[in-house]
Design a protein around this ligand. Structure first.
Ligand SMILES: [Fe+2]
Ligand SMILES: [Fe+2]
Length: 480
């Protein structure tokens, strides 16, 4: 078997030797019709017979792993792709540091590992469900194609997790794989497992913010799981990260293009005050303060995905060698964290204070800190665009205590600078920080489809380069 090239002969493309693994092959083939039903019910609304210019993985070689072609989404070849096995790979952290990575699951960690895989797996179809109506209001065929690319790849990420469940977890794995198709984002009775994945993605600015902030949480989680001592999970996550990079590109450049269009329109109209919202909106673009509010919303919702700052589960998963830290191999410490402390923000007598906590318990906080650093890189690129246009405004990530529903700060109301507000103050000032009904209505009014090849809605600038280096007028989606 060639693990770099993908076998496309059977129903399920793969590089895991499914052809000679009758049991797992049959289990996945049995799961397949339910997946297609789910895609038809909960995947993109409409466009299922349109030809979309999509990339499909044909190899897991980092150089040239994908090929581009027109595909109808239901015909997309969702496959099971693991990054190549590293000869002699060792566990890099925790109690088993230095031991050979596991090819089978150690019995004592089975339940913990299953939970990690199910939680990751649940986010993948959830985001497809959240984004299902966006095609109808796509600001261009280029953007529509990017949306659908993200959607089919999140579908593939579900396949990736379901493969692990079916291959390594027997009956309960099969039941979990079924349940992943049953839960629905936002459903009051059978919601998705994590809060941010039950929120709505009602408009394209939300979509770009979601792919920027929430897919980036995905990246951090995958980076931590890519460190896993359970080698098949590590290899799965390493390949998923290759795809994930495009999702964050869509988010980062999407917001950049919105910001750019707003700044250009303001300049053309001679408006220098970014807070003159009424005037800016007359131009049919999204004012910078509203973009800031959207960033506040998506950033704060995503921070909740990192869980409690102090967490026994996170400590156990690290100790067991199942989930590492961001870029574990580059860190200079003992990789076991039995001693050692880490600074954690706590709420003490109504004030936010830093407190040294045992490093092992503070791993969620640490991953969240790494995430915030990563988020700021793109934000500074958005600000460069604003600066280049000579506008006196800077987008800023809110304080981590702002608008939280999980962890230390869920018990308080903080403003975007981390000042604790009384409940009355919070209610009064809420729409200074978060989109108001009026803001949402305005954005919604802009969501008019622009489906002519090479054209873009008036509130967003065209991209600098096309996908797969295609020229500006390229027809990324042939709508049928
Ligand atoms: Fe994903
Ligand atoms: Fe993603």
């Amino acid at each position: 078997m060639n693990i770099v090239n993908v076998d496309y002969d059977g129903l399920i493309p793969n590089n895991v030797g499914l052809g000679t693994d009758e049991r797992v092959k049959r289990a996945l083939e049995r799961w397949h019709p339910g997946y297609i039903d789910w895609w038809n019910d909960m995947g993109p609304d409409g466009f299922q017979s349109s030809l979309v210019y999509l990339r499909t993985a044909v190899s897991v070689d980092p150089k040239g792993w994908a090929k581009f072609d027109y595909v109808k989404m239901p015909d997309y070849r969702w496959g099971i792709l693991l990054a190549p096995q590293q000869e002699g790979r060792k566990i890099a952290f925790g109690a088993h540091k230095g031991e050979a990575a596991w090819q089978e699951i150690p019995g004592e960690y089975r339940a913990m590992l299953r939970r990690l895989i199910v939680i990751q797996g649940d986010t993948e179809p959830a985001s497809v469900e959240q984004q299902r109506y966006l095609g109808k209001t796509a600001p261009s065929l280029y953007d529509m194609r990017n949306l659908f690319q993200v959607n089919v790849e999140e579908g593939r990420h579900l396949w990736a997790m379901v493969y692990l469940l079916q291959k390594y977890f027997g009956t309960d794995g099969r039941e979990e794989a079924e349940a992943l198709l049953q839960r629905r984002s936002g459903d009051p009775d059978t919601p998705r497992m994590l809060g941010a994945f039950n929120e709505k993605t009602p408009d394209w600015l939300s979509f770009f913010m979601f792919t920027y902030f929430t897919d980036r949480d995905g990246k951090m989680q995958l980076e931590a799981l890519a460190q896993s001592g359970f080698d098949p999970l590590s290899r799965t996550c390493r390949f998923m990260l290759t795809e994930e990079a495009h999702h964050m590109f869509v988010g980062e450049t999407g917001v950049t293009r919105v910001v750019q269009r707003t700044c250009e329109a303001m300049k053309e109209a001679g408006i220098s005050d970014p807070y003159d919202v009424a005037k800016v909106r007359k131009l049919g673009v999204i004012d910078l303060p509203t973009i800031q509010k959207k960033a506040n919303l998506h950033f704060s919702l995503t921070l909740d995905l990192f869980g409690n700052e102090i967490s026994t589960n996170a400590a156990n998963a690290f100790h067991a060698g199942l989930k590492g830290r961001f870029r574990e191999e580059r860190l200079q410490d003992d990789h076991q964290l039995e001693g050692g402390t880490y600074p954690v923000l706590r709420l003490k007598d109504g004030k936010i204070e830093k407190e040294e906590s045992p490093a092992l318990s503070a791993l969620n906080m640490r991953l969240r800190d790494d995430y915030v650093v990563d988020c700021n890189l793109g934000v500074s690129r958005w600000n460069k665009v604003i600066e280049q246009n000579g506008i006196d405004f800077r987008i800023k990530l809110p304080h981590v205590a702002f608008h939280r529903h999980i962890g230390e700060f869920s018990r308080t109301n903080a403003d975007v600078d981390g000042n604790v507000l009384s409940p009355a103050e919070w209610t009064q000032r809420r729409t200074d920080f978060l989109p108001s009904a009026e803001d949402k209505d305005y954005i919604e009014s802009l969501m008019q489809p622009q489906w002519e090849a090479g054209k873009f809605a008036g509130w967003i600038a065209p991209p600098k380069v096309g996908i797969d280096n295609k020229p500006g007028e390229f027809e990324y989606v042939k709508i049928a």
